[in-house]
Design a protein around this ligand. Structure first.
Ligand code: MN
Length: 283
């Protein structure tokens, strides 16, 4: 199943060029975490049946499938070729994972807002994993049982002096979408491929089986550090080809056969790095 969120927190099943509104099948009251999170929390994902209406996919405005995930856990340096391009001494095996602010999520068709006009900001195309149920100390060989599904992601990153979690947590810095494909349709995530374009130019191309920590290893490791909750999102890391994005750039990340996520970039609200809020220097 391909679950998309559209309009005002409507849940849709994407079927070809159509989207079937199954919001009425989802139990519980509305919450800021959104309708797909409610479905995941309900546990055994019920096959939604009460279709309200069917729309042409092209006629609806897609939103982030999980606008407020409990956590966004991300993998640093998880492809060898990206380690080489960053001249990084260490990989995820030494670095562990890091966190991004849940408030950084946007959906398909939304706009990434560059915070600084004079500091490079990069695109990182990534495969995202959505956790389906609470996971703690999960062994590698059972880790995929805890996956609800997969989507495309961008881990937008400022190359400033700020801490990693700051540089990656500005509002709009975690595009997710265009929808979530349930795990039953992805028996082996290593068979997925990832590509990322900026202004139509292919910058990144990789097979997910090139990951240093694969999806199962990443879940096992992360769950040894922190309890994973339903709706948590894991960003699996980016391959070589990271580069700057600028005002009016278009960025697309495509994970086959999951889908294609596209966003725009704006520097409209950017400020000089030196003008960011900070205490007055003391004399
Ligand atoms: Mn990344």
């Amino acid at each position: 199943m391909r679950f998309a969120v559209f309009g005002q927190d409507r849940l849709g099943l994407v079927q070809g060029e159509e989207i079937v509104d199954v919001t009425a099948s989802v139990p519980g009251p509305a919450s800021p975490a959104g309708v797909l999170h409610r479905l995941i929390e309900a546990g055994d994902v019920p096959m939604p049946t009460d279709a309200v209406a069917t729309h042409a996919l092209s006629s609806v405005r897609l939103a982030a499938p999980l606008p407020r995930p409990p956590k966004i856990i991300a993998a640093p340096v998880n492809y060898r070729d990206h380690q080489a391009e960053m001249a990084a001494a260490h990989t995820i095996a030494d670095l562990g994972v890091f966190l991004k602010a849940p408030s950084s999520v946007i959906g398909h068709g939304a706009t990434v807002r560059l915070p600084y006009g004079d500091v490079r900001t990069d695109q990182e195309g990534e495969l995202a994993v959505v956790i389906g149920r609470t996971a703690r100390h999960v062994p590698v060989d059972r880790a995929l049982e805890f996956v609800f599904g997969y989507c495309c992601a961008l881990d937008i990153t400022v190359r400033s002096t700020e801490d990693r979690s700051t540089r990656k947590s500005f509002d709009t810095f975690t595009p997710l979408g265009p929808w979530v494909v349930t795990a039953d349709e992805v028996p082996d995530p290593r068979e997925l491929t990832l590509r990322c374009w900026v202004d139509g130019e292919l910058r990144q191309s990789a097979r997910v089986d090139e990951l240093i920590f694969g999806v199962a290893e990443l879940i096992a490791y992360a769950s040894s550090v922190m309890t994973l909750w339903p709706g948590d999102v894991l960003l699996t890391g980016t391959p070589a080809g990271v580069g700057p994005i600028n005002d009016a750039s278009s960025v697309a990340v495509q994970v086959d056969p999951i889908g294609r996520l596209e966003v725009l970039v704006s520097s409209e609200s950017a400020v000089p790095y030196a003008a960011r809020p900070r205490p007055e220097a003391r004399s």
